[in-house]
Write a protein that binds this ligand. Structure first.
Ligand SMILES: *[C@@H]1O[C@H](CO)[C@@H](O)[C@H](O)[C@H]1NC(C)=O
Ligand SMILES: *[C@@H]1O[C@H](CO)[C@@H](O)[C@H](O)[C@H]1NC(C)=O
Ligand SMILES: *[C@@H]1O[C@H](CO)[C@@H](O)[C@H](O)[C@H]1NC(C)=O
Ligand SMILES: *[C@@H]1O[C@H](CO)[C@@H](O)[C@H](O)[C@H]1NC(C)=O
Ligand SMILES: *[C@@H]1O[C@H](CO)[C@@H](O)[C@H](O)[C@H]1NC(C)=O
Ligand SMILES: *[C@@H]1O[C@H](CO)[C@@H](O)[C@H](O)[C@H]1NC(C)=O
Length: 644
């Protein structure tokens, strides 16, 4: 909480306004106001204000411990995942909190009939005049005007609440927050590249250094053929947004590379908020085609579930900068109204708003808790930490934690720009500060997801040789430079499960660059990365020269976009084996992976350049380029089958 506890001096200073009484304390105070914001005058006391009081969530401080309790193999409760109801009620504000805040409001003249609150929701809302609200919070509201965007809003410098209920209130809106600057560019890009495909023999391993086929992937990671009978309850979830597969492309791919997969094989639809698929072949999306063409050869006859998210206006990616919240809403109904870090529900500034006001858009209500999450979810999309406010990311990150608590493994592509962001993000070179500071990716830095970096079979190497971290300079073979996304978060600290691995990297393979400690010191003393941040990626898989079909053409694709469905498919195969043995799904993978690095192929050659540097170097053990390494199917299977 952002609370400044004491008020003695302040109460005196403003006592002539008769504002804070003895039991009121400052709850939030704004210390810096960006020069974009012009204060245009006080709010008229008759103006209506809709107030939202974000209630303190219960047990958030224990969330990490809860997650470890069910995901760390040394815990007696390993694999004992929670029901959605258990998750919602554990984190919902306590009855005591709700009662205390209602009692205070009632006593101050806001009757219960004016208060609205939904089940499990983290906030209480009501309408009042400015005069009433100012009296309640002992404050003065002002109109603000953003000189750059023209956006208008109201806010206070600080507000007060009785000390006795302070522990029950996270924040109040409108409050001290002024929205951050909006950005023009879309950050919601799929992570992939594109180059011409040489003709290859689908069953030969002789050309895996030129084009990666399903046979190459199976050989690299020792993936055996699938069992012929499979569980009906273990469909691999694949997230897509704005990119749609085409059946023609899948059929072309199956015909050329995996003739054992029947023509017409297609994912089970789990369409979210107007998302739809497939597309006609001429409108096919490469990302979606790529994901399915990598996953099917590994998981078939297991099925795939397509979480096609958002209608065509929002899916087209230029309208909003946010991502994943509408998807997460559809998997967990309580997330739709969940309050944390100063946000309740989706953020209309960053997330789609439904029903969609654009003509032809999705006219239904926002989907909340519509689909039960699959055991494993593959996500090949994302942006940079820099793109969105920290509070947006932290609230979302908690939701990934909740998916883990419920037994879902989430794997996300670590980014394709090495230690940088895409060109033009913040600086022209995609870096932070003066252009030398590395730019961590979002949502990857969230400690509750499993990040997948990319490896490559370099020319002249075979599938029997160790792979290397991918680095393709601009123009070769793809249009843009491509390096495995990796580095250290500016938002999140180092989680316990990776602390030893990160410490060992710094001890034995200390990068030569200056660093800073904590986001507030970014760039200090020439530092280019946060020495105290969560390191990523966690693992890696091949992500270069992938043979695929899209828009009826064959191409080579590259990107951590490819690595992610490969690793996710392998995990799904392992879950399948566990189900057959009467065991459960795996949930959050990292604690077990970091304890069992021997089950991964350590990658020790290559770097992830960016920001005018060579980036970080791979090294024996974990590194911020390829994580713990690539999958070794038999060893991973062994590790996970030996767990309860
Ligand atoms: C506040 O608004 C009311 C109604 O629009 C108006 O009559 C009044 O003059 C306003 N007061 C001030 C101080 O602007
Ligand atoms: C909180 O209140 C709800 C409904 O009023 C009730 O069902 C629930 O048992 C209460 N929980 C606790 C922990 O008292
Ligand atoms: C406040 O008033 C607005 C406009 O009439 C309405 O849409 C909203 O639901 C009201 N909110 C509450 C909490 O009563
Ligand atoms: C493809 O490779 C396999 C295995 O190396 C070989 O048996 C087959 O003859 C090749 N097919 C063609 C058309 O070259
Ligand atoms: C799938 O799960 C449901 C409940 O989650 C269970 O009733 C059903 O038997 C399962 N089906 C299979 C094939 O395991
Ligand atoms: C090691 O990685 C570099 C790129 O960083 C690459 O040029 C080289 O071919 C790789 N070596 C092997 C043996 O794969």
């Amino acid at each position: 909480m952002k609370v400044l506890p004491t008020l003695a001096g302040l109460s005196l200073a403003v006592s002539s306004l008769a504002l804070p009484t003895s039991d009121h304390v400052v709850h939030e105070r704004r210390t810096v106001t960006h020069s974009r914001w012009e204060k245009t005058g006080p709010v008229n006391e008759t103006e209506p204000i809709m107030v939202r009081i974000g209630l303190t969530q219960s047990n958030l401080d224990r969330a990490y411990q809860y997650l470890m309790d069910v995901s760390d193999s040394v815990s007696p409760n390993y694999g004992k995942f929670w029901t959605p109801e258990q998750v919602a009620s554990t984190f919902a504000p306590s009855n005591e909190t709700v009662a205390a805040v209602r009692k205070w409001l009632n006593g101050a003249g806001v009757e219960n009939s004016r208060l609205s609150q939904t089940k499990h929701s983290g906030w209480i809302a009501f309408n009042a005049t400015a005069q009433e609200v100012e009296g309640l919070f002992h404050t003065q509201y002002y109109h603000y005007h953003d000189r750059t965007s023209g956006v208008k809003t109201i806010a206070t410098h600080e507000y007060h609440i009785p000390q006795s209920i302070q522990q029950h209130i996270d924040y109040i809106k409108p409050g001290v927050l002024l929205p951050p600057a909006s950005k023009k560019r879309s950050k919601r890009r799929p992570r992939m590249q594109k180059a011409p495909q040489p003709s290859v023999n689908a069953t030969s391993l002789a050309t895996c250094d030129q084009a990666i086929t399903p046979a190459c992937i199976a050989a690299l990671y020792q993936i055996p053929p699938s069992d012929s009978t499979v569980s009906a309850n273990n469909s691999l979830g694949v997230f897509e947004e704005g990119s749609m597969y085409s059946q023609e492309d899948l059929n072309l791919f199956f015909g050329n590379f995996t003739p054992w997969i029947p023509q017409g094989t297609k994912p089970q639809p789990a369409f979210i908020d107007g998302g739809t698929a497939p597309a006609p072949v001429e409108d096919a999306g490469t990302e979606s085609n790529l994901d399915f063409q990598l996953a099917y050869p590994i998981v078939y006859p297991q099925t795939l579930t397509l979480y096609q998210t958002d209608d065509k206006f929002y899916g087209a990616s230029t309208i909003v900068d946010g991502l994943f919240n509408t998807f997460l809403d559809a998997l967990d109904g309580s997330y739709c109204t969940y309050c944390a870090y100063g946000e309740c529900g989706d953020d209309p500034k960053y997330d789609p708003t439904y029903p969609d006001k654009f003509s032809g858009g999705y006219t239904g209500q926002l989907m909340c808790g519509t689909y039960k999450p699959t055991n494993v979810i593959s996500i090949s999309y994302g942006g940079q930490e820099y793109d969105l406010p920290a509070y947006y990311q932290q609230r979302q990150c908690n939701e990934f934690l909740k998916l883990g608590l419920q037994g879902t493994s989430v794997l996300i592509a670590s980014g394709d720009d090495g230690v940088a962001g895409p060109l033009g993000d913040d600086n022209t070179n995609g870096c932070l500060g003066d252009g030398s500071v590395f730019s961590p990716t979002w949502p990857n830095s969230c400690p509750y997801i499993t990040n997948v970096g990319a490896t490559k079979v370099y020319p002249g190497q075979t599938v029997a040789d160790p792979e290397s971290a991918v680095y393709d300079p601009p123009g070769h073979p793809y249009f843009s430079e491509f390096a495995s996304g990796g580095g250290f978060s500016n938002i999140y600290g180092i989680p316990d499960y990776q602390a030893a691995a990160v410490a060992e990297y710094f001890k034995s393979h200390n990068p030569s660059y200056p660093y800073y400690e904590g986001q507030s010191n970014m760039g200090k003393n020439g530092g280019v990365y946060n020495r105290l941040g969560r390191g990523y990626p966690d693992i890696a898989a091949n992500g270069d020269n992938i043979a695929m079909f899209s828009e009826g053409q064959n191409f080579l694709e590259g990107g951590t976009s490819a690595s992610t469905p490969i690793f996710a498919s392998i995990i799904n195969r392992i879950v399948e084996k566990r189900l057959a043995a009467g065991k459960g799904a795996l949930g959050f993978l990292n604690p077990v992976l970091y304890r069992n690095a021997h089950a991964l192929n350590d990658i020790t050659n290559g770097t992830n350049p960016g920001c005018g540097s060579d980036g970080f170097s791979t090294a024996p053990g974990w590194d911020p380029v390829t994580g713990l390494g690539t999958p070794n199917f038999p060893k991973l299977l062994d590790v996970f089958m030996n767990l309860p």
